[in-house]
Design a protein around this ligand. Structure first.
Ligand code: GLY
Length: 425
């Protein structure tokens, strides 16, 4: 079996390592060949790296054809929004991820909100605008905090929670007039702010049903106590107290069941992962965003919890039978702490030597994200989010201690991490 994983982050490293672990457990390692495009040095330990960017649809397709890849798994949203899945399917190649139409649930916030409203999915009230003056006028009529979202993909930077009308007006001007996010901000969604606990809930979704993964909580702000700008995610943990049985049942019934019914009603094919960003207020879950892919760093925790082999689940999705596929997730507390470069999410240095990767004390282990090898074969930084340290244990406190012991063993200039992952519920 030849599998190609597209992407180069911690999420993709978690997927590749899980496929490798599963093959060891089932004694099928000699039948598995893993490729990663473009991948990273962590993935290179178990996969062959392919020098193709995630936007290079022609190059990825040519590689998959020439290598007769049996299954391609898409990590990030950009190739999904560009229509990579449509291209692969047209060429008769198996690929895990939604097509371009379905990917609009992430690539257009306005489309996603309209979809939720049609489906009856609980979501904060909203309006959408592409006219600057109408948007500026509208925010004077509502109470802050106000959420301003660029409609298109903005690499996780397109959302502002404005505490004052003035801040909201600045965010609108930045998006629509100054094009801070390029064309992605030509239209904005203005949403009512809902206060509550955040949950990341991912499900495998196919034409006939879905299978929910454990609820995870991400810490988005760069500094402890949820201070500083939002990032792609600074760390994740499981279990999350806000994910009570009642809340999970509501997410099952009012979110994913309604998504699948609405996809069917609109004749939209969906085979992949759907990520619902949720706020729980007074026991009621509200969807604040959809992502059409595995979350990062949520996947790092979920792949550690998943005891069923991942490949069998992905194949069940592609054959529209995931709802009846057995899946077992450990209930052990698990933590992922993300290490970043100083300055992230703004400008940061690259090429900084990383030391200590080989001596991480068990049970913690490292997943690579923004790393590369220099001319001497040394691992150096190559992105804002550099590494993730994952640990599973019998209590959240032990999992946290183990992950942070792992973090302490790693060193690079300007190493930054949050010290409160798993303590803020
Ligand atoms: N952690 C949020 C995301 O993957 O978009």
């Amino acid at each position: 079996m030849k599998i190609l994983v597209i992407g180069s982050g911690g999420r993709e490293d978690a997927i590749v390592q899980k496929l490798h672990r599963d093959a060891i457990v089932s004694g099928t390692l000699d039948q598995l060949t893993l490729f990663a495009a473009p991948g990273n040095p962590g993935m290179a330990k178990v996969a062959t790296l392919v020098q193709r960017t995630v936007e290079d649809l022609d190059g990825l397709l040519a590689f998959a054809k020439s290598e007769s890849i049996d299954l391609t798994i898409v990590g990030p949203e950009v190739p999904l929004a560009l229509g990579l899945v449509d291209r692969f399917e047209k060429a008769g190649l198996a690929i895990f991820g939604p097509n371009q139409t379905a990917a609009k649930l992430e690539s257009s916030k306005a489309y996603a909100k309209a979809f939720m409203v049609k489906a009856g999915i609980p979501t904060p009230a909203y309006r959408e605008f592409d006219d600057l003056h109408e948007a500026l006028h509208y925010v004077t009529s509502i109470e802050p905090p106000i959420v301003i979202k660029a409609d298109g993909l903005a690499a996780g930077k397109g959302v502002t929670v404005a505490k004052t009308v003035d801040e909201a007006r600045q965010a609108i001007i930045a998006a629509i007039e100054q094009r801070a996010f390029g064309d992605a901000g030509a239209r904005v969604v203005i949403e009512q702010f809902v206060e509550g606990s955040e949950l990341s809930l991912m499900a495998f979704v196919d034409q006939h049903g879905f299978l929910m993964m454990p609820a995870i909580q991400d810490h988005k702000q760069v500094f402890d106590h949820d201070e500083g700008p939002n990032t792609g995610g600074m760390g994740t943990f499981y279990p999350v107290p806000a994910a009570t049985q009642d809340v999970l049942q509501k997410v099952h019934d009012e979110v994913f069941s309604r998504v699948v019914a609405q996809l069917q009603a609109q004749n939209i094919t969906y085979r992949g992962v759907l990520f619902a960003g949720i706020i729980v207020q007074d026991g009621q879950p509200y969807v604040i965003e959809f992502n059409v892919r595995f979350g990062d760093p949520e996947t790092q925790v979920v792949m550690e919890l998943l005891q069923t082999d991942l490949l069998s689940l992905l194949q069940a999705v592609l054959q529209d039978r995931v709802q009846t596929h057995p899946a077992y997730f450990s209930t052990d507390p698990t933590v992922c702490v993300v290490l970043t470069c100083a300055g992230y999410p703004q400008a940061y240095k690259k090429g900084l030597l990383i030391e200590g990767l080989e001596s991480i004390p068990s049970p913690a282990y490292v997943l690579h994200a923004g790393t590369t090898l220099d001319d001497f074969g040394h691992t150096v930084t190559d992105g804002g989010r550099v590494l993730g340290v994952v640990a599973r244990a019998t209590s959240l406190e032990k999992a946290r201690d183990a992950a942070y012991r792992g973090v302490d063993h790693i060193d690079f200039e300007g190493k930054h991490y949050r010290s409160d992952i798993g303590t803020r519920m």
